[in-house]
Design a protein around this ligand. Structure first.
Ligand code: ADP
Ligand code: MG
Length: 682
């Protein structure tokens, strides 16, 4: 049997180097690629009765050419082709734009079928194409393919046809039979046929269900197989930490770790201790205390003689981490260094700093992207921790890792993603979850005001400031846009000054400031010199000022749920009751629902789930930020059910005892290994 997974498209008639390269650019290299290059929609080109056509519907109409077609040219490339079409006793005016050559195919008095957009009021058809009357070949319901400049959709369609005709006998089922029966899936051959050449919409939908399942299943199975192989094969560092010292250190932390923190510390430490390569994601809601977990892990590495690195997305965060770690770890005799754009500016100091790191005089290095950019060399790098990992690209992470000999990696994220999707996104990582906030935390009270209630917002602010607390006031954009009339942070800042100064001083933080300026403002706010901080979303990530108890978010409906939740997480970090004030007059239902969700719950996972549901219903805000992988057929949000089922099925199969011996899995395993090999070569 021919293997369609490896047979190149050049085996098809009419595919030379030019077409092959055009196809490659669309991601089509093999026969299998072509057979899974599915239509993105379908057209019903069955001839419709004129009386049944709706306004501006795309339809096929059959009639007699009643006048000689005329072509009018204007400009060099533009033209309009006109004629009348007689359908029963109705005259329909037909226009084709920029297809003058069609006039040759139109003879007065002959019957034709035309496909186009119908305008009921004008009784006119804006033509798209002439449909061949060769009914033996013609299928009324037909797929439409994405094409490119170099290859036309029609060509792709013909090639798909040819590929199916020649190779359908070689389409093997990849999904094991027991699974197909359990979930009532079509065979792979039926699925491919149904996707490309369905007789009607129903058949296309049927095939699609199997196609989505297959796509999700194979993706998941691939990730899980990869993870299994890595665990078996990859040698990593064995960090033989000093348990006694670690216990002593944990004793000295000024608070008791939560149960969840203890659990994840154990998970991480036991990974580090084994000679495998740790690749673990630490997920925990804002304020759940990820930093201390990271600190413990880094200290563990230090007791075993290894250096650790912590990379944060902003300078503010890196400095905050460095402060905290130095306070906790200096008494233990640990040297902490900070590498940011700021600290390496002075050439002499930079050289000194980098030499210390390279010679191993520094145990823990904290920094920003500067860690990657600068010529930082480590003496013995054992552990890399990446905070707010979604802020970094894959390459940045890789570059950092390459600076050590396969160090253990812990990535941290506060973006709550429901567990199912977390596996989809980070499937090759092991997952640790802190699902509990430190005891004694008061829940942030959230209220939603409309813009007219600004008086209430001010009195709440004043009340809190009078008690010595601090506040954030967030507005969505810094630059004034002519199109969207958004509150300008500077305007807000002025307004706050007018109302609260001189009694309470107000600071301003926005994205157009230099890092130095931002740092100064942030330091002043931390030190309590500023009572109110007017800011754009630059403070969104990780900032920790426990004395801040009010978070006012202006035009809150312009933010996605994930971002609102992040912002709210900036308060409620001390033992004072904190407040989040949403000021918004939402323009649509989605905005309203987001506000209601924020008022109803502070649980990040509940919010993430709600966010998914709203997005599934078409709420696009924040979709770009979701960081989900892209699929060809399935959509992880709208097809969440299939995703969950496919994921579980993949997990069960890959981890079954008879996975490798069960003959039913043979094709699947072959397929996965082929994919993994391709991936590692790419
Ligand atoms: P995040 O997970 O959002 O990064 P942080 O690590 O910044 O959260 O922790 C938030 C705050 O909670 C910090 O001030 C930290 O010192 C404190 N904290 C962390 N763990 C505990 C705990 N077990 N008990 C009390 N306070 C804690
Ligand atoms: Mg953090």
């Amino acid at each position: 049997m021919v293997d369609i997974l490896t047979t190149p498209v050049t085996e098809l008639k009419g595919v030379g180097p030019r077409k092959a390269s055009a196809l490659n650019k669309l991601g089509i290299n093999t026969i299998n690629d072509l057979l899974t290059y599915f239509p993105f929609r379908y057209e019903d080109v069955g001839v419709k009765d004129l009386t049944a056509v709706q306004d501006h519907q795309k339809v096929a109409l059959k009639g007699i050419v009643a006048t000689d077609p005329t072509v009018i040219r204007f400009g060099r490339y533009k033209s309009r082709l006109n004629f009348n079409l007689l359908i029963d006793h109705n005259v329909v005016r037909v226009t084709f734009f920029n297809q003058p050559y069609l006039s040759k195919k139109l003879q007065r008095g002959e019957e034709v079928i035309l496909y186009g957009t119908y305008d009921v009021a004008r009784q006119s058809l804006s033509g798209i194409k002439i449909i061949a009357e060769d009914t033996s070949q013609r299928n009324n319901f037909t797929g439409v393919y994405n094409s490119s400049k170099e290859i036309k959709a029609g060509t792709i369609k013909k090639l798909v046809h040819q590929a199916y005709e020649n190779y359908h006998g070689s389409i093997r089922d990849i999904i094991p039979g027991s699974l197909r029966r359990k979930f009532r899936l079509l065979s792979r051959e039926q699925m491919i046929k149904g996707m490309h050449f369905p007789v009607n919409a129903e058949e296309a939908t049927q095939a699609r269900r199997t196609a989505i399942f297959e796509e999700f299943f194979l993706f998941q199975a691939g990730l899980q197989e990869l993870r299994k192989l890595r665990r078996q094969e990859q040698q990593g560092v064995k960090i033989d930490y000093d348990n006694k010292k670690l216990r002593e250190f944990i004793q000295q932390i000024p608070f008791e770790l939560t149960k969840a923190q203890k659990r994840v510390v154990n998970e991480i430490c036991s990974d580090m201790h084994r000679p495998i390569h740790m690749n673990r994601l630490l997920q925990g809601d804002v304020g759940s205390g990820k930093t201390i977990v990271a600190t413990i892990a880094m200290y563990a590495a230090v007791t075993a003689g290894w250096q650790s690195v912590l990379m944060a997305p902003t300078e503010i965060l890196a400095e905050q981490h460095a402060d905290k770690l130095a306070t906790l770890l200096s008494p233990m005799g640990v040297n902490v260094a900070l590498v940011t754009g700021n600290t390496v500016r002075n050439p002499r100091l930079r050289r000194e700093l980098l030499t210390h790191i390279e010679h191993g005089d520094v145990d823990i290095i904290i920094g920003t992207q500067a860690l990657i950019q600068e010529r930082v060399h480590f003496a013995q790098l054992g552990l890399v921790i990446i905070d707010e990992q979604h802020r970094f690209g894959v390459e940045q992470r890789q570059t950092l890792l390459a600076k050590g000999g396969n160090p253990d990696v812990l990535t941290m994220t506060a973006t709550p993603i429901p567990r199912t999707l977390a596996i989809t996104t980070y499937g090759e990582m092991d997952l640790s979850v802190i699902d509990e906030l430190p005891a004694g935390r008061k829940q942030v009270q959230t209220v939603w005001y409309n813009k007219k209630q600004v008086g209430q917002v001010r009195s709440l602010l004043r009340e809190q400031l009078d008690q010595g607390a601090q506040a954030y006031v967030i507005s969505p954009l810094i630059e004034k846009s002519a199109v969207i009339d958004l509150k300008n942070a500077e305007e807000v800042y002025q307004n706050l000054k007018d109302h609260f100064e001189p009694r309470y001083s107000v600071g301003l933080l926005h994205g157009n400031m230099t890092n130095d300026e931002k740092n100064q403002v942030m330091q002043a706010f931390k030190a309590g010199e500023l009572a109110i901080l007017a800011s754009t979303t630059v403070i969104e990530v990780g900032v920790d000022v426990p004395n801040a108890t009010v978070m006012v978010i202006l035009d809150a409906d312009r933010f996605g749920l994930a971002q609102l939740h992040q912002l709210r997480g900036r308060v409620g970090r001390g033992d004072q009751q904190s407040y989040c004030v949403l000021v918004a007059d939402p323009k649509n239902d989605f905005g309203k629902k987001r506000m209601e969700t924020m008022v109803a719950t502070t649980n990040g996972f509940v919010i993430a789930q709600k966010d998914l549901e709203l997005r599934g219903q078409g709420d696009l805000l924040g979709k770009k930020q979701s960081g989900l992988p892209s699929f060809k057929v399935g959509d992880p949000v709208t097809n969440l059910n299939i995703l969950q089922v496919a994921q579980q099925a993949a997990h069960d199969i890959i981890n079954a005892d008879d996975y490798t011996t069960n003959n039913e899995n043979r094709v699947l395993i072959e397929y996965l290994h082929q994919q993994i090999d391709n991936g590692s070569r790419a």
